[in-house]
Design a protein around this ligand. Structure first.
Ligand SMILES: O=c1[nH]c(=O)c2nc[nH]c2[nH]1
Ligand SMILES: [Zn+2]
Length: 446
């Protein structure tokens, strides 16, 4: 007899998601109280009220998540794998922080035993925080990037990541050549791009540490392989921008250093962009390139106040990133709250963000940035079930709000305002449970 191999689960929960951008559509946030999400083999087959779905699928196994708030898995569009152990280097601007805090630690990933431990910590930290997809700034060492992809695939994290390439002004052990950068990246692409949930992002560190030769090697990879993503840094810090201007006298501005190499496309995500000029914004918009806003990092390193209003007015797509370890941790809830604070602090120049905007920035905006909006980022039918259940434990600050809330909107606002990692009860990636608070990740994935 032919076996029916479909696994079918009906999740019963209050859920929220943003299938449309609240920046464009005031009805972008969709809320379903006592909702149902039917998941078949890891893919969302139907959504609606629980009563409707129960009626239509009376035999489906029910997972009862009432008392919590089910959200799409978070999408962190800028986070550094080798920097998890140096979070908290406060009190320095970018270039000093790189020299004293980040780069010495990044050099340690040459040791594969060290890199393996860091890769495990990193993927665990993301999944524990509800992040199911991340655009990951990799390591300068191909062996360490290989370990990252292996760990991401094993744990269920969708990593869009790559070898970080640089050939000047860092530390000698972090430098490569255009030829080696090309060859090592190519080998990683052939092994990992499109393997399971993994995708490859071509990753020059920033123009300050990348010659035109290495940017051309990056462009050659983008031409040669289909579907690669591109990521780097831009316009983060005033001293950095001045140094890039001196290194690229022919370039019109920072963006032009990437643009001239053909690296600004709809699959490009440029982190920070705190100090853009109008030309850069209009070119980014024309190429549908994303700015990954990293508000905790911008605050910790004193980089500046992100001009969200100017990005939106120019039509530039914006997503959110934690920028660990310049940022202060892996929580996209905290990142959303900090984005909100930084807009509030800008008065008339700021954008008054609502909880719906924060949810969008933490989920669907990231999917769009990575050109994965047909796969993840919301709960529409056909998307994979990447999800996080916010369900605070008894006697926690967020549980008090959840129990007293008279509308679902209060749940979302309070989740961003005061939610922490411990408030997340369960995380699913591709329909599989990858974290459950009571068990911890290790019990599920080892
Ligand atoms: O915030 C940042 N973190 C980094 O590691 C980095 N490298 C270049 N530019 C950077 N900015
Ligand atoms: Zn960064």
């Amino acid at each position: 007899m032919i076996q029916n191999l479909i696994t079918r689960t009906l999740y019963r929960a209050t859920f929220m998601h943003t299938p449309a951008s609240p920046f464009d559509d005031p009805a972008g946030l969709q809320v379903q109280e006592d909702g149902g999400i039917l998941v078949e083999n890891g893919v969302i087959a139907a959504t609606g009220t629980y009563a409707e779905l129960r009626g239509a699928f009376p035999t489906a196994e029910v997972s009862d998540l009432r008392g919590g708030l089910l959200l799409p898995g978070f999408i962190d569009t800028h986070v550094h794998y080798p920097q998890g152990r140096v979070i908290g280097g406060l009190g320095m601007p970018l270039l000093e922080w790189l020299e004293k805090n980040a780069l010495p630690e990044e050099a340690r990933l040459a040791d594969t035993t060290y890199a393996r431990a860091v890769a495990q910590e990193f993927t665990r930290s993301l999944l524990h925080n509800g992040t199911t997809t991340a655009l990951v700034f990799g390591s300068h060492f191909a062996s360490a990037v290989d370990l990252l992809f292996g760990e991401a695939e094993r744990s269920g994290l969708r990593a869009v990541a790559g070898l970080v390439v640089s050939d000047r002004l860092l530390r000698p052990e972090l430098h490569t050549t255009p030829e080696r950068a090309y060859a090592e990246s190519k080998a990683l692409i052939e092994k990992w791009h499109g393997t399971g949930r993994q995708l490859y992002a071509v990753t020059p560190r920033f123009s300050l540490s990348a010659s035109e030769g290495i940017l051309d090697a990056c462009a050659a990879l983008m031409r040669e392989f289909q579907g690669l993503r591109f990521t780097s840094h831009i316009n983060e810090n005033v001293a950095e921008i001045g140094a890039v201007r001196d290194l690229f006298p022919e370039a019109r501005d920072y963006l032009d250093t990437y643009e001239r190499a053909g690296l600004v496309t709809r699959r490009s995500v440029l982190a920070h962009n705190v100090h853009p000029n109008d030309r850069e914004l209009s070119v980014m918009a024309a190429h549908h390139c994303t700015a990954a806003h990293c508000p905790c990092s911008n605050s910790a390193l004193g980089s500046g106040l992100f001009p969200l209003k100017r990005h939106l007015q120019a039509g530039v797509h914006v997503s959110l990133g934690t920028d660990v370890g310049g940022g202060t941790g892996f929580s996209m809830l905290k990142e959303g709250l900090q984005a909100y604070f930084m807009q509030q602090l800008q008065g008339e120049n700021g954008v008054p963000l609502t909880p719906a905007h924060l949810l969008y920035l933490a989920t669907r905006a990231g999917a769009k940035a990575l050109d994965l909006q047909h796969i993840t980022g919301d709960f529409a039918s056909g998307k994979v079930f990447d999800a996080v259940l916010v369900s605070p434990s008894p006697r926690t600050p967020l549980r008090a709000v959840f129990d007293a809330a008279d509308s679902p909107d209060r749940l979302l606002a309070a989740t961003f305002a005061t939610g922490v990692q411990g408030d997340l009860a369960c995380v699913w990636a591709g329909g599989k449970t990858v974290y459950r608070r009571e068990l911890g990740l290790a019990a599920l994935s080892s």
